[in-house]
Design a protein around this ligand. Structure first.
Ligand code: SF4
Length: 385
């Protein structure tokens, strides 16, 4: 069974107005060494559960992990490798904000064991970057991508965002074209979403944020899939496109419901094979970095929320995750893992109406179905026998 470790670095130079991740503006400083020690300490708490397990991937996300020194990152990787058994082709990813890394740091990260970089470019358009309140400029994006290649990384992603107010398809096409020039194997194309509790959420509520309508967004999605598909990038998940062999192994763990241990403030974990619960266990750490470090310092697991999954929840999770993937929901897997199978006669109308399609042992959402995915998932769950 695949297994990965996620490490959350919760600090950012400043909070972006649309962001609802567990990220905290640094206001000039952040306790890198204390936080690193806490992550190492937290890992020790789980030694009994994960010692000797094969390790598929490691992912440093944030926040802005590239604020940290390669030496801190290297210490964490070494400790993880001391406890687990890394696979020979292990994937070790780290998210980089273009403003917080240069060639020297990228080379250091490579020496520390990172072999995949995910760059938060978001756009090459000055207008869009200003709208999004990003600290990086178009020039930062171009420079960092050159540096990533010069540092010797062959596996790298960049994040792009569409759906900003006033954005045209032409502006988005220019972002995609520029991205292709850097020849990355992987592109994540996210639609801007307005989250409750963010600055954009507040502006939206007051009617002060201009956003594209549903028809325009549907055009962006179709255009992206067609454009990247034509350039050899398969859409393997709703927002993720890759050339063959460059799919992110760590993210696939999440979408396939595999095991992962999250370390750091606010990090989430999921283990499906525990003695405590036959259907799996998931938990999340406390979010504030200070509370996280305090708990670890006191020798306590810094858990803010945990639950034992019921069989029904585990099945529902599998369906939701399966529908995110382009390969669809593996019906044989559902049978093997939970002894259930959908009553196909009860969902055939979904196929006839063009919301889902069958392929071998899988069922997947069509483009039309993606827009109604919540409703379809409920119908599928109700059809299980
Ligand atoms: S850099 Fe990323 S994680 Fe940090 S505030 Fe901006 S969007 Fe959030």
């Amino acid at each position: 069974m695949a297994f990965g470790v996620y490490i959350h670095i919760p600090y950012c130079v400043k909070k972006c107005p649309y962001c609802d991740f567990n990220s905290w503006g640094i206001n000039g400083g952040f306790p890198e060494s204390e936080y690193t020690e806490s992550v190492l300490g937290e890992l020790e708490f789980y030694r009994g559960e994960i010692e000797g397990r094969g390790l598929t991937s490691v992912f440093f996300g944030g926040g802005t992990p590239s604020l940290f020194d390669p030496e801190s990152i290297g210490r964490i990787i070494s400790k993880i490798y001391e406890v687990t058994v890394p696979e020979r082709d292990i994937e070790v990813s780290l998210e980089v904000n273009p403003k917080t890394a240069d060639l020297g740091k990228l080379k250091g990260l490579r020496d520390a064991g990172v072999n995949r970089i995910s760059v938060g470019v978001q756009s090459f358009s000055r207008r869009k970057l200003d709208y999004l309140g990003r600290i990086n400029s178009p020039e930062d994006g171009r420079r960092i991508l050159d540096d990533v290649r010069s540092a010797g990384f062959e596996n790298y992603n960049f994040d792009l965002m569409y759906g900003t107010g006033g954005e045209t398809l032409d502006e988005w096409r220019r972002d995609l074209e520029e991205a292709l020039r850097f020849g990355s194997g992987h592109i994540s194309a996210y639609c801007l979403t307005i989250e409750h509790g963010t600055e954009f959420g507040r502006l939206f509520k007051k009617g002060k944020l201009l956003l594209p309508g549903e028809d325009a967004l549907s055009d962006f999605i179709s255009y992206t899939t067609e454009f990247l598909g034509g350039a050899g990038y398969g859409q393997y998940e709703i927002s993720n496109y890759a050339r063959p062999g460059f799919e992110c192994r760590h993210n696939l763990l999440y979408w396939k419901g595999e095991d992962y241990l999250g370390l750091g403030a606010g990090a989430h974990s999921h283990l499906k094979s525990t003695g405590e619960s036959p259907w799996g266990l998931r938990w999340a750490n406390v979010k504030p970095p200070t509370a996280y470090m305090k708990a670890v310092g006191e020798g306590k697991r810094p858990i803010g929320f945990s639950e034992r999954l019921t069989r029904e929840e585990a099945i529902e999770d599998s369906i939701i995750m399966g529908f995110r993937l382009n390969e669809g929901l593996d019906l044989q897997g559902l049978r093997n893992n939970y002894g259930v199978a959908p009553d196909l006669s009860r969902i055939d109308s979904l196929r006839e109406d063009g919301f889902v399609e069958f392929s071998g042992n899988s069922i997947r959402l069509t483009k039309k179905g993606t827009l109604l995915s919540d409703e379809i998932i409920v119908r599928l769950v109700n059809s299980l026998g």
